[in-house]
Design a protein around this ligand. Structure first.
Ligand SMILES: CSCCC(=O)C(=O)COP(=O)(O)O
Ligand SMILES: [Mg+2]
Length: 232
């Protein structure tokens, strides 16, 4: 079997608790979305994200910010991983981290494992629905110290594609290397299925108390902690 060169990490439910994302980050973004959008009328990324929200939600182009925010809130309530929502959330969170108002939660086994894997020569990347703009500060401002220097590459639904589609993993492999040398860790079986279909190695992360505790991981190896992940 090929040596594992890159370990690619999902965030929510894998490195970090779902509660910390939903209660910590989502609650931070929720009241800020409207004023934040209205405060950046000339920002091309914000304009593009707002236009995408309207298109995806079937709103007219002239819809008011309040209508857009209503859709964004609905998506957050359903944890819909819509790219324009992730773009807007990510920019707001990045400011929150920079201002010292947010700290990222990591499960206690994660930071020691990342340091050990890095020390052993494995390279680390992230593939999350959370935007790259939010992934970077998430790993920099953590309750386990600054982990950002361990992570060399960041992928999201913009630069790689949807996480449940094999083509996204093929795209990442074109960047990182031979699929059989890439290991993806995730709490979502459909994401692991997509990675495996692209030739990647996979491990399901079933953490007690997380939504994945009841998931069926099918043929994928399963761990409950990063201490159990086989990287050989
Ligand atoms: C930088 S943390 C943002 C987390 C987030 O918004 C998200 O949707 C996480 O989804 P994942 O693909 O990591 O399960
Ligand atoms: Mg996840």
């Amino acid at each position: 079997m090929s040596e594992i060169r890159w370990i690619v990490l999902d965030i929510e439910g894998t490195t970090s608790s779902t509660e910390s994302v939903h209660v910590g980050l989502y609650a931070y973004a929720r009241p800020r979305l409207g004023p934040w959008i209205d405060g950046r009328p000339g920002d091309p990324d914000v304009r593009s994200a707002v236009a995408q929200v309207k298109a995806e939600a079937g709103l007219p182009e002239e819809a008011a910010t309040a209508e857009v925010v209503r859709v964004l809130h609905e998506w957050m309530d359903g944890d819909v991983k819509a790219t324009p929502l992730k773009t807007l959330q990510g920019r707001i969170w990045a400011e929150g981290f920079a201002a010292g108002e947010l700290t990222a939660h990591f499960f206690p086994d994660v930071a020691p494992a990342l340091r050990a894997w890095h020390e052993a020569g494995h390279r680390l990347a992230v593939f999350s629905s959370g935007s790259v703009a939010s992934q970077r500060p998430w790993f920099r401002h953590t309750d386990a110290g600054d982990l950002s220097t361990l992570v060399e590459r960041h992928f999201d639904t913009v630069n790689a594609g949807p996480k449940r589609e094999p083509a996204s993993y093929t795209r990442i492999a074109q960047d990182l290397g031979e699929p059989a040398t890439l290991l993806f860790l995730s709490d979502v079986p459909a994401e692991l299925d997509a990675a495996a279909a692209a030739g990647w190695r996979t491990t399901g992360v079933r953490r007690p108390g997380e939504p994945s505790a009841a998931a069926d991981f099918g043929p994928h190896p399963v761990v409950t902690s990063f201490e159990e992940v086989r990287v050989r």
